[in-house]
Design a protein. Sequence first.
Length: 119
Amino acid sequence: VQLQASGGGLVQAGGSLRLSCAASGSIIMVNTMAWYRQAPGKQRDLVASIDRATRTNYADSVKGRFTISRDNAKNTVYLQMNSLQPDDTAVYYCNALIVQSGSGLRGYWGQGTLVTVSS
């Protein structure tokens, strides 16, 4: 199983970016999908998560600015980020709980995509 993230880049404060992360491989079902971020010198923190029923959870710092969504047919999760601020600068990682044949439920991480917000 692989998680391929894309969509990071450099944006000015107040701008927007959309991240995507697609799961591929021998997958029976993708359960909860999530985005985490890690700023330099800080721990990796949850940004947002979404389960198969599209119930969502957000960190307080991004509520009202970020929107997580998913396409179950494509095993893909998205993160629409609006009103970006310099404090949002970080490497963003996608995470997914995936059911594989013979392996049960396992967590996987994407490779990370850098988001830089300039002031």
